[in-house]
Structures are given as C-alpha cells and as structure tokens.
Design a binder for this molecule. Structure first.
Ligand code: URA
Length: 431
C-alpha cells in the first residue's frame, strides 16, 4: 500500500477501504507531515462516506489507550459539548445526575481561544485537584458516583497529531474530521453511552443549523456503527449560554442553579442534557420523568450536596459555595453601558474573546489565567435594554486588559428598535 495512491484516490473522490484508512493512521510518525496534510485537504474538499468516517474513528480510537471502566457498576454515560461560551453545563449536570444515581466519569478539557474549559473553572476552587489516576477515579465513582477530572493515559494520540496539522493547514472545518476527532476521544474514554451537545451559532464551530445537523447526524451514525448509544442535542450558541463568562463566575452561576436560585437557558440546556443522560443510563423511563428527578434534586438540595462532595473528595474548599468572597477576587471592575434598545444580536465568539482578553482565557495551552476575570451580562437577546443599569460588568486584575476586553465586547453586541423573537436554547434532538 502506498500513501500517494491513497491521496490520489481521495483527490479523485473515490472511497477509501478500511485497510487504507488504518494504513494512513499507522503511518503517523513514519510518513512526512506534507502527505498527511494533502490527504486532510482532499478529505476536507471531497468528504467521506459514513463507513469511511466510522473506520477513521476506529483507527484513531485504537491508536492509544482505551479506558476500562468495567470496575464501575452501572451504565456509564458521558456528555460532550462541541464548545461554547458561558457553557457551564458540566458543573450543573455532573453533580445533579450523580445525585440521581448515575455513575459519572467526566473527563474534561481546558479552555482555548474563545471557549472556556471545565478544568479551569474547577481549578478556580481553591485546592481542587483535577489530576487523578484511573484507579483513583474509579474508586471515587464507586464511592460517591462522580468524578470530574483531566484526561488520564494517552487517549487517541493519532487525533492529537492530526488535530495539530489541521489547525495549521486550514482543515479544521470538515464535518468528517470533526466528527471522527470528537467521537474517537469519547469512545476511548470508555463510557457506554454519550450525550453530545452540538452547539450551533455565532459562538460555535457550526455556524448554521444545516452544518450542526450534519455533524450531529454523523456522530450519532458513528455511535451506531461502533455499537454505542449516542444522542446528539443541537443547542443555541447565538448568545452566551449563561450570563456569567469566566472561571469563578461560571462556578458561581452553576452553584446558583443547583441552589434553585436561578433558571434560564443554562438551566434549560443542563436539564435537557441531564435528562437524556438519565434515560440512556437506564435510571428513568423517559425524559419527562428524568427531568422531574433532576428538578426534585435541585429542590431538595441533593444536587448541591453532591457538588460539595465532589469538591471535598478532590481536595477543594467547599466553603466557596456558601461564601463566594472566598474565591480569589478581581482587583478591577468596569460597568459597560450600550446604546438603548432591544438586544438584537451577539457575536458570541467575540464575547468569548473579550472574556479571554480580560485574563479569563488563553491563546496557548501553557498560559496562566486569571480565575476571577470575566464578564457578567445582565441582558439576553430579545430583552429591552433601557440603559438604567449596566448592560454588563467586566472584571480583571489589569487595566489594559480591561480596556482590551471592553473594546472587543462593545463591538460584539447589537441593540436596535425591533424586538427579535425569544427562542428555546434547545433546537433539536437526534437519537
Ligand atoms: N473538537 C475536537 O475534539 N475535534 C475537532 O475536530 C473539533 C472540536
């Protein structure tokens, strides 16, 4: 078999065989980057069949460790978001579904670019340890039903290599490549079923519903071919999901939901994803009864108690949940006023970039971040902004960063005279 023939085959829109796809993945470290780059571009332009995508996922999945969670009793259900802004569903639904009896092994990532990362949010809790071994994680889930941690082992090294190449060759935006990249990592993490939160809109990879639907269908199809239950839920990312953006601020918003103090879009998406997790996990017969279980555990405080238990078990201080001033506090604050009118649009990606510019995010993996930096937005799309209170409040430790963040933010929000329709943040479900 020869790499050039495979590149030519894809360039001329022909279907690659299973053996050819496994050969390509086996060539990582043996063939030059430029051959992989050429093939990635051919895939980007000419696409792949469902079978090719399932094979590519399988080949990447078997390129590294596969986590064995058999020592945990029950059906393990994972949740994955394709990435958004103020997207804190994990911190709501991991403790909440675990409090209903679901074993939750949540391997999360760090924020990069305009999107936040669950690990950074958790590390804003003093003492919280995200670096657990596989055995420690399994013991914790058997003891208290939930763990939220960084990835263990070397999962999907082939995806790591290809993702870096895609990043510098203009080949990130390809549905076959995104679907296989996400699904190989999720399947390697060893769970029995997966709920995918496919974001759609100005703050997401998929900017329109057709692309989001195509990506969602593709990932559900990969699950079917690789015999794993997968549900994809398409949710709106045309505005930040929650009102708080930034690490500490997002932990606080999740805690407020678990305390039953606030509802809204973050609540709605978290409960929709959580209900589907309970159904796939066999703990509820349908999403209506699953949702009732989740709502009940917000009312009776069991969800919040589970969050506290996870924090204590992973070395963090649970007192921050009772007294938010125990979090590191920002040195500076700036109130933002905009032109009065209905809130008509957010450029959500830019809102995420504004928060990162304040110090809440990073542009490379090893950059330090400021946990207390971020933005609290007081209005949502369709609200009438009358200018009496600030549209948003920004927090940072650095006056130059505050200025940068403000400049990006004010350009990212539109107000106008026509009220746009308020729509549900849950757009569509694909099982
Ligand atoms: N997230 C991933 O893990 N891979 C992609 O290709 C895109 C988003």
């Amino acid at each position: 078999m020869n790499f050039i023939d495979i590149i030519n085959k894809k360039r001329t829109k022909r279907e690659l065989t299973t053996e050819e796809i496994y050969f390509v993945i086996d060539q990582i470290g043996k063939s030059p980057d430029y051959q992989f780059s050429a093939l990635l571009m051919a895939i980007c332009l000419n696409g792949m069949t469902h079978r090719e995508i399932a094979d590519l996922t399988g080949a990447m999945l078997y390129s590294g460790d596969i986590i064995d969670l058999n020592a945990i009793e029950g059906i393990k259900v994972d949740k994955h978001s394709t990435g958004g802004v103020a997207d804190t569903t994990t911190l709501v639904l991991a403790p909440l579904t675990a409090s209903c009896g679901l074993p939750v092994v949540k391997m999360s990532g760090r924020g990069l670019g305009h999107t936040g990362g669950t690990l950074d949010k958790l590390e804003s809790i003093p003492g919280f340890n995200i670096a657990l071994t596989q055995n420690e994680a399994i013991k914790q889930v058997n003891d208290i039903k939930a763990v939220i941690m960084g990835q263990t082992g070397k999962l999907c090294p082939a995806d790591g290599y290809l993702y870096k190449l895609r990043d510098v060759t203009g080949t990130v935006q390809s549905i076959p490549l995104i679907a296989s990249s996400i699904m190989s990592k999720k399947l390697a993490a060893g769970t029995d079923a997966i709920v995918l939160d496919v974001k759609c809109g100005s703050g997401a990879f998929m900017k329109n519903i057709d692309d989001a639907r195509a990506l969602a269908n593709e990932m559900v199809e990969i699950g079917r071919q690789l015999r794993r239950k997968v549900t994809a839920i398409i949710t709106d990312m045309d505005q930040p999901l929650g009102n708080n953006i930034g690490n500490t601020l997002e932990v606080i918003e999740a805690a407020e939901i678990l305390k039953g103090n606030i509802k809204g879009d973050l609540y709605e998406v978290s409960l929709t994803l959580g209900a589907e997790m309970l159904v796939l996990g066999g703990l509820a017969k349908d999403t209506v009864s699953a949702r009732e279980m989740l709502e009940e555990n917000i009312k009776n405080g069991k969800g919040l108690a589970k969050f506290r238990e996870i924090i204590v078990r992973q070395g963090g201080s649970p007192y921050v949940l009772d007294d938010y001033s125990r979090f590191k506090q920002p040195k500076l604050k700036k109130e933002i006023y905009l032109k009065k009118g209905y809130v008509t649009a957010f450029d959500t990606e830019s809102v995420g970039r504004a928060s990162a510019a304040l110090g809440a995010g990073r542009t490379s993996y090893d950059m330090p971040i400021d946990y207390s930096a971020g933005i609290v937005i007081n209005y949502r799309k369709g609200d009438l902004y009358d200018g009496k209170k600030p549209f948003a409040v920004m927090y940072s430790d650095d006056k130059y960063k505050l200025k940068d963040g403000e400049e990006i933010f004010v350009e990212a929000v539109e107000t106008g005279s026509e009220q746009p329709e308020k729509t549900s943040p849950v757009i569509e479900m694909i099982r």
